[in-house]
Ligand binder design. Structure first.
Ligand code: HEC
Length: 504
């Protein structure tokens, strides 16, 4: 399958263009049926009772056309997507599918059929980068078993109104579920494990509910990064290096993180060794971290059971933990207005990671606290502080409210329109959609900072484009960059030009 389609497709389809992939051998079966509604339960509204039961499947009202395509074992899911019109439902029967699926059309439902516990399996064989990449709006990805990919299980690039639910994601490389630059979405009932960065990673997005997921054996369990209005609720997050994180990565195009509600989760025994790619931001997370809030504002932590995390139960901090992340003058580093309501915390801090142990030693402590605020914010609040062992909360006051039960969801009642791409040129889209996954402007991520690349390639975008197509190993302390040869020459050059123009 021609991977050009993903990025060019992302650019042109959102502007009303066509998919550029080529058809494979086995045509998919297309059946027309009567109109079908996707919405089992349309969230939300303050009047609804918060904390819906686990069995209630949240949904969004995204239109379907009535077209149904069935993909059987031995057929290609991508062919079905190519054949589909916007609004189609694609049912994938149990079987093994060795491919990457690109969805760049709107309102596509990619729905696995599970028979007696047998899933349709997307098998990356340790060779393919991504299992499912979508850039369309109103995309649903559900009921798939995804394993052995190197990059992402399910990744969204600028698609709004997305639903990613009930998937089983095992050992898929860097990110398990990664909606990026999306607005209005649901990530629910997924089981994610063995991920070397974040199991569930909501990046530069707005209005997302991450609910009823199970995430374990990964570096970061659930990560809300440079995003606003996120509800992280009723998840079971255990045996990761860090359980639930809300933070700003400096140097990304969206500079803020805020209004994140971390509620009613189990955050248990997150003591896994950190096996992140050295130099990546999450490689700085001390093992034994329960909840970590870095530079993210207006975070409420309520009703969680946070136990057995060997460094610290809840940490509020600034960029000091970001390690190599250079200061971004446009990102304010403090975790403003932290609010800690009632939580159950027990057995945290028993065996702190070396970095935490060193900080504690300076305070003549050996055990990590339940809650620490490394900045010492003076606009925070906490209920019943005497129940917990705390450090740095001296200026916290009593909270003015004791529950957030009036908030049922952060998704929006109506689908939001597609992101306007008119003013987004191709280079910008590809840079932020692809390169920025590993390159930040002034700080080290998986790859070197863009600033350094600018210095190396000042007037030479062709050189960047060429390197991106055929990268060679240059730096001892970085992994090798994967070839971006799936992007055509023109696209790579556009990204390179944009990369050189970037100023923050
Ligand atoms: C999956 C992560 C990843 C992605 C995606 C990625 N890079 Fe990289 N990039 C790296 C890493 C890691 C290095 C350092 C490699 C080394 O030094 O051996 C690197 C290095 C580079 C360099 C430095 C080359 C030199 O001469 O030192 C350039 C230029 C570059 N990348 C451009 C790009 C562009 C353009 C894109 C997007 C089209 C991109 N990269 C996407 C990880 C990535």
């Amino acid at each position: 399958m021609n991977k050009i389609a993903i990025i060019v497709g992302a650019a042109v389809v959102l502007a009303g263009g066509y998919y550029l992939g080529k058809m494979g051998q086995q045509p998919a079966t297309v059946i027309k049926v009567g109109s079908e509604s996707k919405a089992a339960f349309t969230s939300t509204g303050a009047e609804e009772v918060a904390a819906a039961a686990a069995g209630v499947v949240r949904s969004l009202a995204t239109p379907t056309s009535g077209e149904l395509i069935v993909v059987k074992d031995g057929e290609s899911i991508q062919d079905a997507v190519v054949a589909a019109s916007p609004g189609a439902v694609i049912k994938v029967m149990p079987g093994t599918y060795k491919e990457t699926v690109y969805i760049d059309k709107d309102n596509i439902t990619l729905s696995g059929v599970i028979e007696q516990g047998k899933y349709p399996v997307l098998e990356g064989e340790g060779l393919r980068n991504d299992a499912v990449l979508y850039s369309g709006n109103g995309v649903t990805v559900e009921n798939l078993y995804i394993t052995h990919y190197k990059g992402n299980g399910v990744m969204g690039q600028a698609g709004n109104n997305f639903i990613i639910r009930n998937n089983y994601i095992v050992d898929t490389g860097v990110y398990g579920i990664f909606p990026q630059l999306g607005k209005n979405g649901i990530v629910s009932h997924n089981i994610v494990s063995g991920i070397e960065d974040a199991g569930i990673y909501v990046g530069m997005s707005d209005n997302v509910d991450v609910v009823f997921n199970q995430v374990f054996d990964s570096v970061a369990g659930i990560e809300i990064e440079n995003s606003r209005h996120a509800l992280v609720e009723s998840n079971f997050v255990y045996n990761n290096t860090g359980g639930i994180l809300a933070f700003i990565t400096p140097g990304l195009p969206i500079k803020t993180c805020g209004d994140v509600l971390i509620r009613n989760n189990f955050v248990v025994d997150n003591n896994h060794d950190n096996f992140a790619i050295p130099g990546s931001l999450v490689s700085n997370i001390p093992h034994g971290t329960g909840v970590l809030v870095m530079a993210c504002d207006d975070v409420v932590v309520e009703g969680n059971i946070i136990t057995g995390n060997n460094s610290v139960g809840i940490t509020f901090t600034d960029f000091s933990l970001a390690g190599n992340a250079a200061n971004d003058p446009d990102s304010e580093p403090n975790p403003n207005r932290p609010r800690i309501l009632n939580n159950i915390m027990q057995d945290n801090g028993k065996d702190p990671a070396p970095a935490v142990r060193a900080v504690l030693a300076a305070m003549l402590e050996t055990t990590g606290p339940d809650i620490v605020d490394t900045v010492g914010m003076d606009d925070g609040c906490i209920l019943n502080p005497e129940r917990f062992r705390t450090i740095g909360l001296g200026k916290y006051t009593d909270c003015e409210f004791s529950t957030t039960a009036n908030v049922a969801s952060y998704t929006l009642p109506e689908p939001v329109p597609a992101r306007s791409m008119e003013d987004v040129d191709k280079g910008r889209l590809v840079y932020y959609g692809v390169c920025a996954g590993c390159h930040a402007y002034g700080s080290r991520m998986i790859g070197p900072p863009t600033q350094i690349i600018q210095a190396l390639y000042m007037d030479n975008p062709e050189g960047i484009a060429e390197y991106a197509a055929n990268p060679v190993k240059k730096r001892e302390d970085y992994p090798q960059m994967p070839p971006q040869s799936h992007l055509d020459d023109e696209t790579r050059l556009a990204a390179a030009r944009f990369m050189l123009k970037l100023t923050q």
